[in-house]
Structure formats: structure tokens, C-alpha cells
Design a protein around this ligand. Structure first.
Ligand code: NAD
Length: 364
């Protein structure tokens, strides 16, 4: 018997879906795209034409009513995620959600419960926990390559969605309540440092609005002015993991360019530096201080005999979900990890307001 071909529906056919999901779904897994959904029907129709997709719908309810599909990928605007995700899970379909899957921990718990109740698998992106370089870094940290790892510094910023990439969809929603730099960009940095160190115990944060008015710099809305004064666009987040381990996540829509490495991890015997684009599956740079081995300097680690999986695209989350379905295992990109990150993001306003460290409750 041939392997099952999983039927995938893409909900939200904007910049990210067109960049990563629509072109890669058929390449990343034994899967076909059976439907494109967007509240702006022309976008769903365009996706159908470009990617040879048989069905388009204007909303997730029409999709559920009329289409035979197994998996939905929610790539809609952030504010729409919770409603879409609940509809998909309650319909008994497997789900990949773009980040953040929900605005509050309670709502994400509703989604996690709905997935369990309906016996379906649920994956939450971003995909950093699947990264080749981070899995190598994590293994080196466990192996003692840099001694005792105690501090990670993560830089996760760009100049804003209206600035850094070409887009034909209006980016105004990124600056409206429910969205913003923390949940769109900070979530990446928080997933990276928690992938390496596990759940944090407490966080503190400073933040500011650096650019209260923005101008769209490309595409159909080029020149449009956007009021962006409601939510901070620069965050400096510190995390305490206990046992003297900590991290700094510098994140926002406030850095037009940077030459800072995306990530460095420091230990008492060395440093791991992640400086190259992660989709190229680089091996991290390593600095070792080992008098017993006569080494004090940057080294180039060998390729491992059994290396972690390499990534082909950000659609790797689909392979993660299908693995979990076919083997009845938990996905790498678990909703419990996403819930911990969401708790951090939800408590950041309190940390900013109080100027004090705020305790965390969730683990993964
Ligand atoms: N653009 C990026 O580089 C990038 C990177 C990583 C993650 N993301 C994430 O991907 C998601 C989408 O971002 P984007 O940049 O593609 O935005 P976008 O504005 O280009 O696309 C969002 C699309 O969702 C549609 N939509 C909104 N509400 C909907 C609903 N209820 N039902 C169906 N469709 C709906 C919009 O019409 C739009 O076409 C967000 O969660 C974002 O954080 C984007």
C-alpha cells in the first residue's frame, strides 16, 4: 500500500504563506494542497492559480463545511489565529499555527484541550527548535564543549514588516493591538533561548516606542503612513533559568540593519556563536579554552557522523506534524513550548510596568 498523501489547507494567503508554505508543502512531506483560504478572496484565488490548488474559500468555516482536508496551516494575521485554530481543532483536523497561536495562555490552553479532546496533533511555530545549528549547539552545551553554559545573548530584530521585506498586503495590522514586535519578532528570540536552556523561571523587561509613525516601503501600499505608537517596537528582555543561567533577548522592529550575531552562548570554557543564516544549516562557530588540550581559540567543528536533520524551508513544521500523526508521538514544535513563550510575552507588560522581575509558572 502506498503512503498516505495528507491533504493540506492553507488559511491566510499573505506574504508568509506565499514565501514559505505554498511553494514548499508538496516538497516537504507526503502532502498535497487542497485548499487556499483568505478573507480577501482574490488572494485565495491567486494562490489557487499559482500553485494549482483545486479549491478556494473565504473563511475557515466554509473550508470546514465544504472541503475534505486533514491538516490546516493557519498563516493568517495574528489577531485571527485563536478563532481559526479553535474552529480547525473542534472540526477534528490537525493544525499548524503561525505564532502566536493565541493572545492569552488561557486561550492557548483551550486550543491544547480541543486538540486532545478531538484526538488531533497540534504544532506551533516558529521552527527554531528544529534547527540544525541550534540542535548542534544544544548538543555541544550538553557535552561540555564550552564548559558550563551560563548565558545566551540573542539578537532578533529587523526594521519592521513595512520596511524589511517586499509585501503586497497592507502591513498596518502588525501595529495594532494583539500584534506588535514582541509577538511577531520577540517570539523567535524567546523560542531560541528556551530551546537551549529550557523553561525560564522569571523575566524582566524594558521597552520603548522608537518609531511612532512608519512609512510602507514596498509593494501595493508603498508610501502609506502607519501610526505605530500603541505598542513598543524595541524590547530588552532578560530571562533567569535558575542555577546561574540567564539570557538576553534584544528584539523589535527597530533595527534597520545589524551585524550582531543572532546568537551567542557563553560558558566558563568557551563560546558558541551562531552567525550564519539558519536556513543554510550552518555549523556554529565555537571558541574553546582548554589548557589541557592546548586549545585557546576559535575552532571549526567537524560535520557530525549522525547530524541533526537539515531544514529545507520553514515548512519543515509540516514534516514535524506528519511525523507526530503517523507515529502518534509529540511534535518537536509542541504547543506546550509555545504556551511557555506565550506566558512570557503576556507577562512582559507587567515586567515593564513594575520594573521588577516577574515569576513564571508554565514549563514544557
Ligand atoms: N512575513 C514574515 O516574514 C513572517 C515570518 C514569520 C512568521 N510570520 C507570521 O505569519 C503570519 C502572517 O503574516 P504575513 O506576513 O503573511 O501577513 P500578511 O498580512 O501578508 O498575510 C496575512 C493574510 O491573512 C489573511 N487573513 C486575515 N484574517 C483572516 C481570516 N480570519 N481568515 C483567513 N485569512 C485571513 C489576510 O487577508 C492576509 O492575506 C503571522 O502570524 C506572522 O507573524 C510572518
Amino acid at each position: 500500500m502506498g503512503k498516505r498523501v495528507w491533504k493540506v489547507a492553507v488559511v491566510g494567503c499573505g506574504a508568509f504563506a506565499n514565501w514559505q508554505y505554498l511553494p514548499n508543502i508538496r516538497k516537504e512531506a507526503n502532502a498535497d494542497i487542497v485548499a487556499a483560504v483568505d478573507i480577501i478572496p482574490e488572494r485565495a484565488q491567486k494562490a489557487c492559480e499559482e500553485y494549482n490548488i483545486p479549491n478556494w474559500y473565504e473563511n475557515v468555516y466554509e473550508l470546514i463545511e465544504k472541503c475534505d482536508f486533514d491538516i490546516a496551516i493557519d498563516a493568517a494575521s495574528i489577531q485571527a489565529h485563536h478563532e481559526i485554530n479553535m474552529a480547525v481543532l473542534q472540526a477534528g483536523k490537525h493544525l499548524i499555527s503561525q505564532k502566536p497561536a493565541a493572545p492569552t495562555v488561557e486561550q492557548l490552553n483551550e486550543q491544547i484541550d480541543a486538540a486532545k479532546k478531538n484526538g488531533v496533533k497540534f504544532v506551533c511555530v516558529p521552527i527554531h527548535a528544529m534547527r540544525y545549528d541550534l540542535n548542534i549547539a544544544k548538543q555541544m552545551m550538553a557535552d561540555g564543549t564550552i564548559g558550563r553554559p551560563y548565558y545566551a545573548k540573542c539578537n532578533m530584530s529587523h526594521g519592521g514588516p513595512e520596511y524589511f521585506q517586499y509585501r503586497d498586503a497592507d502591513p498596518s495590522w502588525f501595529f495594532e493591538p494583539g500584534a506588535g514586535a514582541l509577538v511577531d519578532m520577540g517570539v523567535h528570540g524567546l523560542q531560541i533561548v528556551t530551546t537551549l536552556f529550557g523553561a525560564a523561571k522569571r523575566i524582566s523587561c524594558m521597552a520603548a516606542v522608537t518609531t511612532p509613525e512608519r512609512t510602507v516601503r514596498s509593494g501595493a501600499f508603498n508610501g502609506k503612513k502607519i501610526k505605530a505608537d500603541k505598542i513598543p517596537d524595541q524590547y530588552v528582555i532578560t530571562l533567569d533559568f535558575g542555577d546561574g543561567r540567564m539570557a538576553l533577548v534584544d528584539t523589535g522592529f527597530s533595527q534597520k540593519a545589524t551585524k550582531a550575531p543572532q546568537l551567542e552562548v557563553y560558558g566558563d570554557c568557551g563560546t558558541i556563536a551562531v552567525t550564519k543564516p539558519y536556513m543554510t544549516n550552518p555549523i556554529p562557530d565555537v571558541y574553546m579554552d582548554s589548557p589541557e588540550k592546548g586549545i585557546r581559540g576559535w575552532i571549526e567543528p567537524m560535520e557530525w557522523e549522525n547530524p541533526p536533520k537539515r531544514l529545507n524551508s520553514q515548512c519543515c513544521c509540516l514534516a514535524d506534524l506528519i511525523d507526530a500523526i503517523e507515529n502518534d508521538t509529540e511534535p518537536v514544535l509542541s504547543p506546550e513550548h509555545a504556551r511557555h513563550i506565550l506566558e512570557i510575552m503576556c507577562k512582559i507588560p507587567e515586567a515593564i510596568e513594575s520594573g521588577a522581575a516577574v515569576e513564571l509558572e508554565t514549563v514544557f
